[in-house]
Design a binder for this molecule. Structure first.
Ligand code: NAP
Length: 508
């Protein structure tokens, strides 16, 4: 038996310390939108008497999984095994209650295997013998199988989806950790029995668990089905990224059946290449587009290969957008850099000029990292006169040489007389809002553009506003680059206002 219908359950794990608190949390989880709950009995301060379990789990508005996890399987219970199993046997007698048992519990003498979720956990890594574990689970009379393992990278989350596709019975297959989020959200696309989520941040029962709220409102859980297209952002770290919120809001606004996920991939070309290889082996995932952020923009260009990237992206040496096409085998990839056009357009819109009108204007670019590189490429393409100022002078010189402009150390920037100043350093970014790369502005400076968007008005922009300069914030650049990605992938106009609003909401 399962719970009776064939939906993928959004299961909220409850970690309350008392029976009363768990009953209250249960109602709260249902009102937040969970369609099933998992009562983690091993989190209770006092072990419930077998006959008190009916008071907790009887007459509930949603199906319930009773889990009483022993310490040997990553739970909190360290007491007597017989007592633990007695409580679970009692729970299994109740209608709409299933129990989660570990693989080492013999099912032969279990009274109702049709109410059992038989589970296997590995908190260290993806087991090498996943297929065998699935076969062993399949050979038991348990109604549902569960396999959960730690993910080193999102390719491990893809392996969890492989299990769902291979499963002959209702299955839960979850990759734990930040890199495993894909397996939690796409569980519904691949018909899993369910996915686990937390009541709130800090109450997760496994690493990488999302909250019920994020599942429903950030990842639009209710609209995910077998036909949902997949997008994502590759980076490390990635938890702070606003791109999932911005793109999911935009996809929903446009009425597209699609979801956008964070994909944490460790630094270096090997992890990046490994994930991309695994992704391309699975066209059934229906991945249509990827944003790429620090530290993988150069790795992405190398993977997609320059002939399949736009001209300026090749010169910049980095891409932030990959578009995948399933027309033809193997899938084809295209790389774009939407950063430089996003920045140039934010600047030109702020100044109310065309890109071509940048010709001959003088611009001081502060910084020589990835963003500075894209902006210097854009400015010099439109023939602005650029000087690159950087803390590490050698980097400024190397960038200036490549794009045929001037270079200077950052400590010589005070009082520069350029018409336009663009900050591409991280000075002034949250949480160090009191920093500024420039203490005094020359009267010759008319426009100051800070690429930082958190905070929206940096100390530099405040100085510029007080000095009567035109100011441009990093928000417009952020919206422009995300909108350009959306348009490349979907060939539809991006809902820019929704994107901007989402960022403003996230920034509070
Ligand atoms: P990056 O490649 O790491 O470059 C960082 C730059 O900041 C380098 O030039 C570095 O100088 C300089 N820097 C860092 N700490 C400094 C300090 N304490 N004093 C002086 N200079 C310092 O980073 P990035 O990707 O180019 O990002 C740079 C900025 O762009 C970030 O602040 C971010 O907020 C902003 N950004 C905006 C958007 C948007 O859409 N609006 C998108 C991405 C990034 P050295 O070479 O000497 O290390």
């Amino acid at each position: 038996m399962t719970f009776g219908d064939r939906t993928t359950y959004l299961i909220c794990s409850l970690t309350s310390p008392t029976l009363e608190a768990m009953r209250a949390d249960l109602s709260a989880a249902v009102s937040r939108g969970a369609t099933a709950v998992e009562c983690r009995l091993d989190y209770l301060r006092d072990i419930p008497a077998a006959d008190s379990i009916g008071r907790l789990l009887g007459n509930l508005p949603v199906p319930v999984i009773a889990t009483f996890r022993p310490a040997r399987e990553g739970g909190h219970y360290t007491g007597d095994e017989k007592r633990r199993l007695d409580v679970l046997r009692q729970a299994a007698r109740l209608p709409r209650v299933m129990v989660d048992l570990e693989m080492d519990v013999p099912l032969e003498c279990w009274p109702s295997p049709d109410k059992v979720i038989l589970s296997h956990h590995n908190f260290q890594q993806r087991p090498a013998d996943l297929d065998q574990i699935l076969r062993r689970l399949a050979a038991t009379p348990a109604a549902v199988h569960k396999i959960a393992f730690a993910a080193a990278g999102p390719e491990d989350a893809l392996a969890a989806l492989d299990l769902l596709r291979a499963a002959s019975k209702p299955t839960l297959a979850l990759a734990m950790g930040e890199a495993g989020i894909l397996s939690r959200v796409l569980a519904k696309k691949f018909g899993a029995f369910g996915t686990f989520c937390a009541m709130s941040k800090g109450r997760e029962t496994a690493p990488g668990q999302l909250t019920v709220n994020d599942m429903l409102h950030l990842y639009n859980w209710d609209s995910i089905d077998a036909h949902t297209a997949v997008y994502g952002v590759i980076g490390c770290p990635i938890a702070h990224s606003m791109s999932p919120a911005v793109h999911n809001a935009a996809l929903a606004e446009a009425g597209l059946n699609a979801v956008y996920l964070p994909l944490r991939i460790e630094k270096g070309p090997e992890p990046f290449n490994r994930f991309m290889d695994e992704l391309l082996r699975r066209p059934w995932l229906d991945v249509r587009g990827l944003s790429v952020t620090i530290p993988h923009k150069e790795n992405a260009l190398a993977y997609v290969q320059p002939p399949h990237c736009d001209d300026l992206a090749r010169k910049i040496g980095a891409i932030n957008t990959i578009t995948l096409s399933r027309e033809g085998t193997p899938m084809t990839l295209r790389g774009d850099n939407t950063d430089y056009a996003a920045a140039i357009d934010a600047l030109c819109d702020g100044m109310q000029i065309r890109r071509e009108d940048l010709a001959g204007r003088s611009a001081a670019v502060l910084g020589a990292g990835g963003v500075a590189r894209a902006i210097v490429a854009g400015l010099t393409r439109y023939r602005a006169k650029v000087t690159v100022f950087n803390r590490t002078q050698a980097r400024a010189e190397s960038l200036a040489r490549e794009f045929e402009c001037e270079a200077a150390p950052l400590d010589e920037v005070a009082g520069v007389e350029d018409e336009i100043i663009i900050n591409c350093t991280s000075l002034g970014m949250h949480p160090r809002q009191d920093d500024s790369p420039l203490l005094a502005l020359s009267p010759a400076t008319r426009v100051v553009f800070d690429t930082i968007y958190n905070p929206l008005e940096t100390r530099l922009l405040r100085q510029a506003r007080r000095a009567g300069c035109l100011t441009v914030s990093g928000l417009e650049m952020f919206v422009n680059q995300a909108a350009a990605q959306f348009e490349l992938w979907t060939r539809q106009p991006a809902p820019r206002d929704v994107m901007r609003q989402t960022i403003l909401q996230r920034l509070g």
